[in-house]
Write a protein that binds this ligand. Sequence first.
Ligand code: ASP
Length: 466
Amino acid sequence: MGPRILIKETVNNIGEKVTVAGWVNTRRDHGKLIFIDLRDRSGLVQVVFSSKNEAVLKEADRLRPEWVVAIEGMIKERPESMKNPNLPTGDIEIEVKKITILNEAKTPPFDIDSDGHEISEEHRLKYRYIDLRRSRLQENMKMRHKVVKFIRDYLSKQDFTEIETPILTKSTPEGARDFIVPSRRHKGKFYALPQSPQQYKQLLMAAGFEKYFQIARALRDEDTRGDRQVEHTQLDLEMSFVTGDDVMNLTEELFMKMVETLYPAKKITEKPWPRLSYKEAMEKYRSDKPDIRKDKNDPNELGFAWVIDFPLFELDEENKRYDPVHHMFVMPKEEDISLLDTDPLRALSTQYDWVANGYELCSGSIRIHKRKLQEKIMNMIGLDTEKAEEKFGHLLDALDSGMPPHGGIAPGIDRLMMVLQNEPNIREVIAFPKTGDGRDLMMDAPSQVEKEQLDELGISIKKPKK
Ligand code: ASP
């Protein structure tokens, strides 16, 4: 057989002998003729086995969906009446000369020719590698790649440096519950997986990079709801010597260009994106995630907006303390700093949220860059000086080391892709998502580990109470 060409290229080779390879998508048996639709990553093509070639017809008789084959054949233009305008290769078909069965496959657990919405999700997630073969998910993953590549290219051109920050780090009370990882070499001690690279990115500003980004994984051991995952991907970004307007403008330009380039059919409800104060959003939309679209049924409308002027704190009645509305590193508005001593709940912050079609895509803010103010906020949210030093001493010291003013943002890639691809939940745009209760059904994680592994870690498992 000759070198393989992709199915999408077959239309350019009418009258030629070619080799294609892929999966049997469907098979139609007409006795003297057997048709298969062959699938590869580039599309589908009709392949014909005719009785003129007994040997290949016999092989074709064995073929079943999802078998993997290589085929050598002639590309023929179909008669006018047989052309299929719904298929990019619908004008042609391949008349098989030779077939090699590269692998057989068991009957697939479900149909992959449909959009898959009709199949139970648990079933789809258990066999995700098969589920991912359906064209809807192939498209979602390919668009996700293009979006991430666009972001990388755009920010690189703007002089940002992409820097990886650690996955094994320290447990700090940052808001959500940490996933913790026991250390074998330091028994009784634990790493934590990052809830976000927040502290590292601020430390990178102390380190003088000025413009940092990362396509980062953030892990939060939370009870998941609807469109959340215990691990999610965000474009984590931080800049020095900027105002909130600078960060919002950069984000807006980046994502407007991305939509124009990769989703030209989409319409943006309002340009530039409206900036609503938290108060306005609550009064007008009864939500801090307002859906500003004019036509909520139009799959091509994107209602992007900013929500600004959030309160810095909310009151935690139960624990009698202030909780940060976003996180403890958020800078209060300059003019409200004095309210911290008199009426903290009235103080507004530099936080800005980007919302899309009623979903919060991210929060960002200008950060506190001076130690005194950071310590004060930490105290107000219930971290006494000793605890603040123990948990965040590294950051407090960095603020004292020549930390420039800085701010950033972290748009969630999963949610953004869900909105762009008009998917009902983020699992549809993640290759290997977890269930709502944090299980990977395909890998069967979380799972038990060997006793030796626990012994090495000095860990024993308490029997759960009956
Ligand atoms: N670190 C924040 C988060 O992950 C985002 C930010 O403030 O940049 O939610």
